[in-house]
Design a protein. Sequence first.
Lengths: 280, 161
Amino acid sequence: MSKSLGFEKLREILLKQDWEEREALAQKLNELDGQLNTRDQLEERVNPIIEDQEQKMQENFPALFGPQITETIKTQIKDSQDEVVEALYPIIGRMIKKYITNEIQKLSEKVDQQMELAFSWEGWKIRIKAWISGTPQKELMMSKLLDPKMEEIFIIEKDSGMLMGSFSKNQTIDQDMIAGMLTAIKAFVEDAFKGGEQELDGIDYDNYKIIVKSFKSFYIAVVTSGGMSAEFKDRLDTTMIDFADKVLKKARKGEKEELDQKRLSGQLEEYFNDFENVDQ
Amino acid sequence: MSISKKVILVGHFGVGKTSLIRQFVHQKFSEEYLTTIGVKIDKKEMTMDGIEVTLIIWDIAGETDQNKVPKSYQLGAHGVLYVFDVTRPSTYNNLHEQLNHLNRLLPSAPIEVLANKVDLVTEEECNSLLDQIDYPELIKTSAKTGNNVEHAFMSLTRRMI
């Protein structure tokens, strides 16, 4: 055996393991390189992680970014106060005005009632009658008043004036025609007296009053009879908003058949048939 | 199945819009002229191809220019009847312009154009006049004799359903 051959053999014995390890390492490196530089393979490995992060982010979004977003919005609003006021003023202004007018009317009615009750000859008569008959004074007072009643209710599409649904306690004239004419009258008033974005909210005729409540794409018109009180109007208002919110908005979001005239009319009946009898 | 459609009748004043509706809905005609103020609404129920159709007909006061008609009367209309008077050129001289305006305002609503009062002119006069107007598919009507009135409304209804 020559010297160099012996050396070669020794080298092989000593370094064989290193070579094998290096080989395995190179292979591993190649694989990693492939995974990093081939989009498909990289996506396969990385996507689950990203999705996981996304899910976590969605779940914790309010906690993670809520304060910053609120802060940004606050700053934005603060910096552009004029624009915000300009956009909201007409809407809020009208709402506040309406609310205050309504509340003052309610207060004034209550004061009137108290005054009348305390000082009128009628009040004394009722007191005496109540004392003699033993009937509570409150009941006698109530029977004297002509209770306001809801006669008919219509839901009407704003632009076209087409009847979407109606409910009437005593069938009167053609309801499609009423819906059309009401829309025409409403359009006429709103066009003729250009009061900006104002809308007609009622029509009075003798013992009847039509209350109109406008929503975005439709409006509700309620025909009432009897002495209209702010209290009654308030309750009617709330019921109309509630109806629009629960029935109409749901119907708009859902299937078209929810807006079917018969179906809506049925729901109106459910909502408003017992309107006067429900406790205030 | 039943559906409701809003139809508007527009055109210059005195062309016979109200008379056409009277003839179509009530089969009546009167020589007396009463100008429409604002708008008048009528209703006609009919059955077409097994569908019950309710037409809510808006008789809108005549205007020389459709721009002057309150938009709120026209909005939401499913079909339009544009009426002119064959005896008065001023009622059809601006026809194309008026139709363009209506098309812009109500892009999806079909429009039928009615040449009304044909009973007042001879057939030749009428034809030469309609040649001048150059509008395809005009419907020659007479609210007085009832000629083509039903056909006009039916034709519009068919296009709406």
